[in-house]
Design a protein around this ligand. Structure first.
Ligand code: RIB
Length: 290
């Protein structure tokens, strides 16, 4: 069983601010740092740090080779990452003194993946393998359909969530991992718990994982449902916490842990992540989590 993560690689430009800039406001930043990021790349890094063998597929520009090298250094298989002419994706991230963030994305090379590359990559994977996807690259519905034809099991993290995701073939998904905003934008319910119930009814063959930050995480399938609390920590930067959770959760499942055990370890990993600055650099190693 192999894990393929088809996802974004971003250069994160991180600005520390007193508060997130309001419309029309100009504010000063007290620091500027450049980090490796992208929801896709972060999730591959988290899978690798948790102990999984993961293949990352995606695209960077000529300025992005260092991201590929960084993933390779963490043990991610990078043979399916292409280097093209369009610049690497960027995320402009403000982080306030509570550790909360605001992110502006420039897709760049992440939106340049052609179907030839998708088909060529998927030809290396087959029945029983797992495909992990987020929503920061182009052609996600095509990748989902092509992977399902090959009988891969799909884990979708529809982030960032846009209205078009409602038209994705979500019935093909085995694990749907959403945060509160994503759940409510998928099904337009008042509370996250209501959104969870509606998602579970709409996709009875999927496990629905609803992450709520400091309020913990819900898990629901047609056979079991439970909530796990999150450890309370002092947040420095929440960027990458969801990605850390997903990587550790999926690694746990592929290591034959129960969903409860995999999620327990994943919430610990995410809690450690928020105590450090940056995205990929803040993902803890398995021995720290254990
Ligand atoms: O989930 C965090 C990530 O979102 C950042 O690394 C940034 O690149 C954006 O994609």
């Amino acid at each position: 069983m192999k894990i393929l993560n088809f996802g974004s690689l971003n250069i994160d430009l991180v600005y520390q601010v007193e508060h997130i800039a309001r419309p029309g406001e100009t504010i000063a930043s007290s620091s500027h740092q450049v980090f490796a990021g992208g929801k896709g790349a972060n999730q591959s890094a988290a899978l690798a740090r948790a102990g999984a063998r993961v293949f990352h597929a995606g695209q960077v520009g000529p300025d992005g080779q260092w991201l590929v090298d960084k993933l390779a250094g963490l043990g991610v298989d990078v043979q399916h990452i292409r280097v093209g002419d369009v610049p690497t994706g960027q995320a402009i991230i403000q982080v306030d003194h509570h550790g909360q963030n605001s992110i502006v994305l420039f897709a760049g090379a992440n939106a340049q993946i052609d179907r030839g590359a998708i088909d060529a990559t998927l030809s290396h994977f087959g029945a029983g393998d797992i495909l992990l996807l987020q929503n920061e690259i182009n052609d996600v519905p095509y990748i989902m359909a092509a992977a399902a034809k090959r009988e891969l099991r799909i884990c979708l993290n529809p982030a960032p969530c846009d209205p078009e995701i409602r038209d994705y073939p979500l019935e093909l998904v085995h694990w749907l991992v959403v945060n509160q905003t994503e759940a409510q934008s998928l099904v337009a319910e008042e509370t996250p718990e209501q959104a969870l119930a509606v998602l579970a009814a709409a996709y009875p063959h999927a496990a629905i994982v609803l992450t709520l930050g400091a309020a913990g995480v819900h898990y629901r399938t047609d056979r079991e449902a439970f909530h796990l609390p999150a450890p309370q920590v002092e947040a420095v930067d929440t960027t990458g916490a969801g990605d850390t959770f997903i990587g550790y959760f999926l690694q746990g499942l592929t290591a034959d842990m129960t969903a409860r055990d995999a999620m327990t370890r994943a919430v610990q990993a995410a809690a450690l992540c928020v105590t450090r600055p940056g995205a990929m650099d803040s993902i803890p190693a398995a021995d720290e989590v254990d």
